[in-house]
Design a protein around this ligand. Structure first.
Ligand code: 5AD
Ligand code: SF4
Length: 439
């Protein structure tokens, strides 16, 4: 009888990594592995890593060493994802018990790499260079949610923002054909999915290799599949954000009321040093298109504070942009120097303490703007996708089309099932969530 092969996989980082892990898990299962919940129970321990900020590489090595000390001999370790691609074979030197190192652009070779691992090879590296044209498509995706699922439509990045590791860790920009995206979305709808989230580092830079559909046309085509009630897409890049994206949201009800459009800074001079390829005015023009929509499209963003050379006046331009736009959520980070990036050679003279102060000031102001904006939603009737329950409180948890968390009291003793949709009146608001009752 064959010996059971087990693996443990922990994921760090963005939605792309979460979805990559679903594909990796499906591939491992297809190769006869079963997933276990603890490192102790696993033969093969995998970390899917992120290197977007902080001392990510150091954290991965600390984690590997701590785990290694706790465990019995004989386990194999693998490092996947962005730290794997960034550090490459140096990982074998720093953590000699690691036998597999693979960046995301090499996952299509996982079956072959696993076979070599099983044959006893000690150092297997999947480190495709930036130039690969291949995408990782598999029909064996092990999605963790039964109703809401991701589909990658474009991998990699060609934008080279001065602060960012992604072009180096995820390879060049390459899109899947719209035919294959639509086939995957149809399969998901047939197996009960009602919400699809299209993913890409710059999702709206999508270019159909067959030339059949623009990004906006692909959005419409996914949203028109029978059974699909909600379609989201993330993350959009302002430079490639065009009016037709707003037009298609206006025209197609299943497209959600939400655009995530990272601005990074409200100062044109900082944006220039960041190599973002748009100005404050061009960003605000795109916001204007979104705000002119017939639908109440929610807008969220990412900000970096303390980028090299950011003056107090430039930082204040970011605050004024946030005040002008009135975002529904802001994800803000202190600038963190990253290996290989152009900004690494710029003088990072802003002390960490000052970066921390700017971050806190920004979050405090944003919290008050958000509090005021969310309060305006009290009394509205909204559709909520049910995600779970808090049995103790008799509360149902879900999400609005705008991607806002909404917890509500059910209309009767039977709680609506996860995956269903409810009409809810908003009765209370917090800076980051809403409360309501089913109607
Ligand atoms: N330092 C701080 N934040 C960063 N981000 C990307 N690179 C860095 C960096 N070096 C932020 C950006 C991006 C989000 C995913 O992470 O705001 O939009
Ligand atoms: Fe982290 Fe960027 Fe890699 Fe996602 S793509 S895991 S955010 S480094």
């Amino acid at each position: 009888m064959a010996v059971e092969k087990t693996f443990f996989l922990e994921t760090f980082g963005c939605q792309m990594n979460v979805h990559d892990s679903e594909k990796v898990i499906g591939t491992l299962q297809q190769q006869g592995y079963s997933q276990v919940e603890t490192e102790e129970a696993a033969d093969l321990i995998l970390y899917n890593t992120c290197s977007i900020r902080d001392k990510a590489e150091q954290k991965v090595f600390n984690r590997l060493n701590d785990t290694k000390k706790l465990l019995k001999q004989g386990k194999r370790f693998g490092v996947l994802g962005c730290v794997a691609q960034q550090e490459g074979e140096a990982i074998f030197e720093r953590a000699p018990y690691v036998s597999l190192v693979s960046g995301s652009a090499s996952y299509r070779k996982l079956p072959e790499m696993l076979a070599r691992l099983e044959a006893g090879e000690k150092r297997i590296a999947g480190l495709d260079d930036r130039q690969t044209d291949e995408t990782f498509e598999t029909e064996f995706t092990a999605r963790s949610n039964k109703y809401r699922g991701y589909i990658t439509i474009i991998e990699g990045c060609d934008k080279f923002c001065a602060y960012c590791v992604v072009p180096y860790t995820r390879g060049k920009e390459r899109s899947r054909t719209s035919t294959s995206v639509l086939a995957e979305a149809r399969r998901m709808a047939e197996s009960g999915y009602t919400e699809v989230q299209l993913l890409g580092q710059n999702v709206n830079s999508y270019r159909d290799p067959e030339g059949k559909r623009s990004f906006a046309e692909l959005l419409a085509a996914v949203a028109e599949i029978a059974g699909i009630r909600r379609v989201r897409f993330t993350t959009s890049h302002p430079r490639d954000f065009t009016q037709d994206i707003v037009d298609v949201i206006d025209a197609v009800p299943a497209l959600c009321n939400h655009v995530h459009l990272p601005v990074q800074s409200g100062s044109t001079s900082t944006l220039k040093r960041m190599q973002r390829e748009y100005t404050r005015e061009q960003y605000l023009e795109r916001i204007g298109w979104i705000k002119q929509s017939q639908r109440p499209i929610s807008i969220t963003t990412d900000i970096i504070v303390g980028f090299p050379g950011e003056t107090v006046a430039e930082f204040e331009e970011t605050l004024s942009l946030l005040e002008t736009v009135q975002f529904d959520a802001v994800f803000a980070f202190k600038y963190s120097p990253r290996p290989n990036t152009p900004a690494l050679v710029m003088i990072d003279a802003i002390p960490d303490e000052e970066k921390g102060k700017r971050l806190q000031a920004l979050l405090d102001r944003q919290r008050e703007w958000q509090r005021a904006n969310y309060t305006k939603r009290i009394g509205q009737i909204v559709e909520v996708a049910v995600e779970g329950h808090n049995a103790q409180r008799g509360q149902v948890n879900g999400r609005t089309s705008e991607n806002i968390t909404l917890n509500f009291a059910p209309s009767g003793p039977i709680l609506p099932a996860p995956g269903s949709y409810a009409q809810v009146e908003v009765t209370q608001s917090f800076p980051n969530s809403l409360v309501g009752r089913a109607v």
